[in-house]
Structures are given as structure tokens and as C-alpha cells.
Design a protein around this ligand. Structure first.
Ligand SMILES: C[S@@+](CC[C@H](N)C(=O)[O-])C[C@H]1O[C@@H](n2cnc3c(N)ncnc32)[C@H](O)[C@@H]1O
Length: 219
């Protein structure tokens, strides 16, 4: 059991202006069909954390048709957009957890279900007093490690310099658990690995910021 403390609470918005009209009950009815319920042995799983509008989950589902993508996001507008795209593109290998990734990790219960974990543009929480809200911490990487399969990988993208600094410290502190694969400066570009532009990728590059992409491999 993962103990509930400050760092695994979920902060940030749940709904945007566009969907003020949808009631929580209607939302629950819509997502019911796609809802993540359980993890099964001998299934390949990819954990997609903080999926926003769901671009990464759609991309991963198409690239990995024999695996199930578990998309974790509490943002209602984002999840409704993801469901719209699942239907339009007839995708059948995405399950949605409308909430905190820690709930999924608790269900996984160190059983090493996940081949990959994607964390693309986690909320940067730029103010120092909010750093403790950040998702990625040394403890989080440890918990993730327990739930990754042999040779499992973690992919992280961020455009925040202070978050990058902190993540590098977290990687150092978990150096007995993960090998950081792409340490050379010329190998830090998301698009060199995945042809995937999410909303927050586009936001960063429009401002002229080149995001950092980090790849960790479970030892
Ligand atoms: C900055 S957005 C990035 C969205 C998307 N990955 C992108 O690149 O456009 C970060 C998202 O992570 C979600 N998030 C933050 N903490 C989370 C957690 N513990 N579990 C699941 N989602 C989380 C937030 O709700 C938010 O929508």
C-alpha cells in the first residue's frame, strides 16, 4: 500500500470552461466504457501519466497495438477529448484512469506490469513554495521502479529548467535503480525518438524553448 502524503496528492485543475455544463454523473457515464479497472497478468501495459488532451495515449496506442495504454488524467476536458479521438479513430487499446496515477500504481502493487511509463510535461509548479506538488520525486521514481517490468523504461519530457535540475537530482539519487540512457546533450530531443507533439510540447516550442527529453532504463 502506498501511503498517502503530500507528494502524492493531486493538484491543478479538473475541469476547463468548455465543459462546465457536463455534470459529473454524465461524465462518469461517458467514461465508464473506457475506464481502467484492473491489470491482468501476461498483458503488455504502458503507463501514460498526466495525458492532458490525450495526444500521447492515441500515439502510443497506434504504435503499440498489442499493448494496453493506461492513460492517467483527472482533467475532464482532456479525457473527453481523448474519448472523442478513441471513437473517431476506432482505437481499442486505451484504458482511462480519471484520477491520480498513484491509484493505478497501488493496484499494480509492485507486480511489474508496466513496460514503459511516459511522463510528458508534468506540471512544472514553478514557484518554490509549490515544488513539493511536483509529480516526479526520488520517491516517485522508486515506486515506479517497483512496478516496471524487467528492462522497463521511463520517458520524461519537460520544458522547465528548474524541474529539469530537480529531476536530474532525482535520477542521481536513484542511480542504483535506473540507467540514464541518453546523457549526451545531442540526444535530448523528444522528436528524435517519438514523432509526437502534445499541447504542452507545442506551447514550449512556440515560445522558442526546446524541451528536454530523458530516457531511463530500469536496472
Ligand atoms: C502540463 S499538463 C501536460 C499534459 C500533456 N502530457 C501534454 O504534454 O500536453 C500535466 C498534466 O498532468 C496531470 N497530472 C498531474 N499530476 C498527476 C497525477 N498525479 N496523476 C495523473 N495526472 C496528473 C495534470 O492534470 C495535467 O493535465
Amino acid at each position: 500500500m502506498i501511503s498517502k502524503n503530500y507528494s502524492n496528492r493531486l493538484f491543478g485543475r479538473t475541469r476547463g470552461r468548455a465543459n462546465k455544463k457536463i455534470t459529473l454523473k454524465d461524465y462518469q457515464n461517458i467514461i465508464e466504457k473506457y475506464q481502467f479497472k484492473e491489470l491482468k497478468k501476461n498483458n503488455g501495459y504502458i503507463l501514460d501519466i498526466g495525458t492532458g488532451y490525450g495526444e500521447s495515449s492515441i500515439y502510443l496506442a497506434k504504435k503499440n497495438k498489442n499493448k494496453t495504454i493506461i492513460s492517467c488524467e483527472k482533467y475532464i476536458d482532456g479525457n473527453l477529448n481523448l474519448i472523442k479521438n478513441i471513437n473517431e479513430q476506432c482505437i481499442d487499446n486505451i484504458k482511462l484512469h480519471s484520477g491520480n496515477v498513484y491509484d493505478v500504481l497501488e493496484k499494480s502493487n509492485k507486480k511489474k506490469f508496466f513496460e514503459f511509463a511516459f511522463i510528458l510535461f508534468p506540471d512544472p509548479w514553478p514557484k518554490k513554495k509549490h515544488f513539493k506538488r511536483r509529480l516526479i520525486t526520488t520517491n516517485f521514481l522508486r515506486i515506479l521502479h517497483h512496478n516496471l517490468s524487467i528492462n522497463g523504461q521511463v520517458f520524461i519530457a519537460t520544458d522547465s529548467i528548474s524541474y529539469t535540475r530537480q529531476i536530474l537530482k532525482n535520477i542521481y539519487e536513484t542511480k542504483n535503480l535506473y540507467k540514464w540512457i541518453n546523457q549526451n546533450q545531442i540526444h535530448l530531443k523528444l522528436l528524435d525518438y517519438f514523432n509526437l507533439k502534445t499541447k504542452f510540447y507545442n506551447k514550449a516550442t512556440k515560445l522558442g524553448v526546446e524541451p528536454i527529453f530523458l530516457i531511463l532504463k530500469k536496472i
